[in-house]
Design a protein around this ligand. Structure first.
Ligand code: HEC
Ligand code: HEC
Ligand code: HEC
Ligand code: HEC
Length: 133
């Protein structure tokens, strides 16, 4: 195994790592609350792929967005390789909401607009199970 890996070129190895990490959302079942210092709620249920299929959201960048310096959305770019917390800090800065708000505006905003999907705290922050399912 080691010999085989060592035999691969650097670009091949980089690709392999990218492919492996890109498929990591496949069995994502909740949004981690690790970036929060003292989480007050259980992590929110979010079956990434299943959710996005059911909700018929086709563009990754709808959630994994990229903005330019002027605050304009960059249409064809996606930040799927970064956690939301890579850019959203605990407090808001300018037009960039703080981390909790960023999640709530994204998730609840769409559920409200579409009149589909949970809006009550306990429906997302499910007390038992989210982690152990
Ligand atoms: C549509 C799903 C959804 C709903 C509804 C929702 N949240 Fe959240 N909330 C999230 C997500 C996603 C996060 C990011 C971290 C995580 O998974 O807990 C979060 C984070 C938080 C955090 C910061 C992390 C922590 O645990 O301290 C708090 C506090 C919170 N929510 C409270 C609430 C309260 C109170 C309500 C009801 C008024 C609510 N949420 C409704 C999805 C939701
Ligand atoms: C409805 C919003 C939404 C859509 C649409 C979406 N994602 Fe995600 N994705 C998330 C959230 C939320 C996380 C967890 C981010 C965090 O914990 O900060 C995540 C995590 C990921 C991760 C893991 C990131 C990491 O570094 O651990 C990958 C990879 C990913 N998404 C890829 C995709 C791809 C590819 C698409 C399009 C096919 C997509 N996502 C569409 C919301 C979304
Ligand atoms: C590469 C950095 C970056 C990442 C990663 C990122 N954001 Fe943002 N986000 C921004 C910036 C910058 C703004 C402010 C844009 C502006 O100036 O209007 C913003 C604005 C927002 C807004 C308010 C505007 C809107 O779109 O409704 C929400 C909500 C939001 N982000 C949620 C999220 C969520 C949820 C994630 C993870 C799935 C995420 N962001 C990942 C940089 C990022
Ligand atoms: C662009 C719109 C959109 C966004 C953004 C979105 N959702 Fe949803 N969500 C939906 C729709 C539509 C449904 C109902 C799907 C169905 O059952 O037909 C749904 C259903 C759900 C459900 C119930 C079904 C299930 O999988 O258990 C949960 C939980 C949920 N969403 C959590 C979240 C969280 C957490 C986020 C933010 C990280 C989020 N959603 C962001 C549109 C969205």
């Amino acid at each position: 195994m080691m010999k085989k890996l060592l035999g691969m070129s650097i670009p091949t190895l980089i690709c392999l790592v990218l492919i492996l990490s890109a498929s990591s959302q496949e069995d994502m079942r909740y949004v981690s609350n690790e970036p929060f210092d003292n989480p007050r709620r259980p992590p929110s249920v979010f079956r990434h792929d299943e959710h996005n299929e059911l909700a018929e959201i086709e563009t990754c960048s709808f959630c994994h967005h990229v903005y330019d310096d002027k605050g304009q959305l960059v249409e064809d770019e996606s930040s799927e390789d970064q956690l939301c917390s890579a850019c959203h800090e605990s407090e808001r800065s300018g037009n960039k909401p703080g981390l909790m708000k960023a999640f709530h505006i994204n998730c609840k905003g769409c559920h409200k607009a579409q009149k589909k999907g949970p809006l009550m705290c306990g429906q997302c922050h499910v007390k038992t199970g989210a982690k152990d399912e």
